[in-house]
Design a protein around this ligand. Structure first.
Ligand code: GDP
Length: 446
């Protein structure tokens, strides 16, 4: 996500950070480079201007330039300005404070990812917030659209309104409202018809559906890969219906970030969700501060911890915590950790979220280290006997050769794994000294 922008800015700030003292001219030079980076990222020109003016004004002041770490301070100022541009700290989530059924109307152009996002949000509301959700497709233009939503509904175990051929969107909306009331649904999601361009008929249809269903949220789905076009589309829609937020899809493939950075400033509408892949889990609540951190290569620890929490079964985590408290961490525990890393999306995914890991990730890829390494480590552990797993100190030279042969690896791979295990055990002991997992959690401010 945002790799090219992130690389460009990283280069600029590495130069700044590398110096002890900064002159005003150094900051101005850096800002010129940031300006170019933002324009290349397809950020709207007025947004770029405002951004650069704001940052320059704050960064050339005496307090910054005279400080002990002027480079760091400038980066912090840029970080804060990025957060503001992306929507500020207090970007509102979905407003679900109303009498049920609460209606979420999804609007957007064809191919933007509207139907996919409808199902992703339904899944999230059901699983994370325990809501009873129903979805209905009002798309009578595209032949298979209603069927597509039904199939996705089955995938995420969310009910869809039965399809009746030949009905008009307003008729379907009325029927959906009735069904939602009858079945005591908390949230009703209406997937409206897409079009190739913004046209009047589409807008009229949306208004008619809104009049029937009085949506609490009207979310516009746009494709981040279309850059400023996405922002223009949002402006046209915002002029016609009361948009409450934007879902920005295909952020997974968006190296530039222009749509994300321009959206709030140009349209005044907050980005509420980011689509990050084709799978039903690939949806993130949009947090400006986390995205800003990722853009500046400072990592996104909070999201990482959340992902970890999702991937790890509570019982497993508790069992591991207990063993750590007792100063035990054997190969069985390491194997569990490796599996969890795979569940969390593998090394690449994790590296992208860790502070300062962008470069490490590139190095990892260059040296051929990838998720196969995780599998190889698992294979090595799998070739150990139960006794060896519980007590890795048993592994003498002879046993190591046996394990290497059994797992199709080299003795040096076995040694690497043992070293890693040793280092992790040491780290675990450190954590224990700091007050156990609770102490660690408090470091993350949780
Ligand atoms: P609609 O016409 O707006 O309803 O678009 P669809 O929901 O049918 O999506 C069009 C295509 O985009 C599908 O193949 C989706 O799997 C894909 N898609 C949707 N959202 C994302 C996303 O966030 N990332 C990626 N990589 N693909 C997506």
């Amino acid at each position: 996500m945002f790799d090219s922008l992130s690389d460009r800015l990283g280069g600029v700030f590495d130069k700044l950070r590398g110096r002890g003292a900064l002159k005003e001219q150094d900051v101005l030079d850096a800002m010129r480079e940031v300006r170019i980076a933002l324009l290349e990222a397809d950020v709207a020109l007025p947004v770029v201007r405002r951004f650069i003016d704001q940052v320059t004004e704050r960064a050339v002041g005496e307090t910054v330039l005279r400080s002990v770490t002027p480079g760091q301070q400038v980066v912090k100022i840029v970080n804060d300005a990025l957060i503001e541009t992306l929507g500020g700290e207090d970007t509102p989530g979905l407003d679900l404070n109303a009498a049920p059924p609460i209606v979420i109307m999804m609007v957007g152009l064809q191919g933007s990812g509207k139907t996919t996002s409808t199902a992703k949000i339904a899944k999230l509301l059901k699983e994370k917030q325990g809501k009873k959700v129903m979805m209905a497709s009002l798309d009578v233009n595209r032949p298979a659209a209603q069927e597509q939503l039904r199939v996705l509904g089955e995938q995420v175990s969310v009910a869809t309104l039965p399809i009746i051929a030949g009905q008009q969107p307003t008729e379907i909306a009325t029927r959906a409202m009735q069904a939602a009331r009858l079945q005591a649904v908390d949230v009703l999601m209406l997937d409206t018809a897409g079009r190739l361009h913004v046209d009047q008929q589409l807008m009229d249809e949306m208004k008619a559906v809104a009049a029937i269903s009085t949506p609490r949220e009207t979310l516009l789905v746009v494709d981040s890969l279309t850059g400023q076009d996405a922002v223009n589309v949002a402006q046209s829609f915002a002029g016609q219906v009361d948009l409450t937020g934007v879902v920005l899809t295909r952020m997974d493939g968006d190296a530039r970030g222009g749509a994300a950075l321009s959206m709030r400033a140009v349209t005044g509408k907050p980005i509420k969700f980011a689509g990050t892949g084709e799978k039903m889990e690939a949806l993130e609540v949009f947090h400006p501060s986390r995205v800003a951190n990722r853009i500046l290569g400072m990592g996104d620890i909070v999201s990482m911890v959340e992902k970890a929490a999702e991937a790890v079964k509570v019982e497993d985590a508790e069992a591991l915590a207990k063993r750590m408290e007792q100063g035990k961490f054997d190969m069985n525990d390491l194997r569990m950790q490796l599996r969890q890393m795979q569940n969390m999306g593998g090394l690449g995914m994790l590296a992208g979220m860790m502070p300062g890991m962008k470069k490490a990730k590139a190095a990892m890829q260059a040296s051929g280290m990838d998720d196969r390494v995780l599998l190889r480590m698992e294979a090595i552990i799998g070739s150990m006997t139960a006794k060896e797993r519980a007590n890795p100190a048993l592994l003498n030279a002879k046993r190591k050769i046996r394990v290497a042969n059994g797992s199709g690896t080299q003795v040096q791979d076995v040694n690497k794994l043992l070293k890693m295990h040793l280092e992790m055990s040491k780290a675990m002991k450190q954590i224990k000294k700091m007050g156990g997992l609770k102490g660690l959690a408090s470091m993350f401010g949780k």
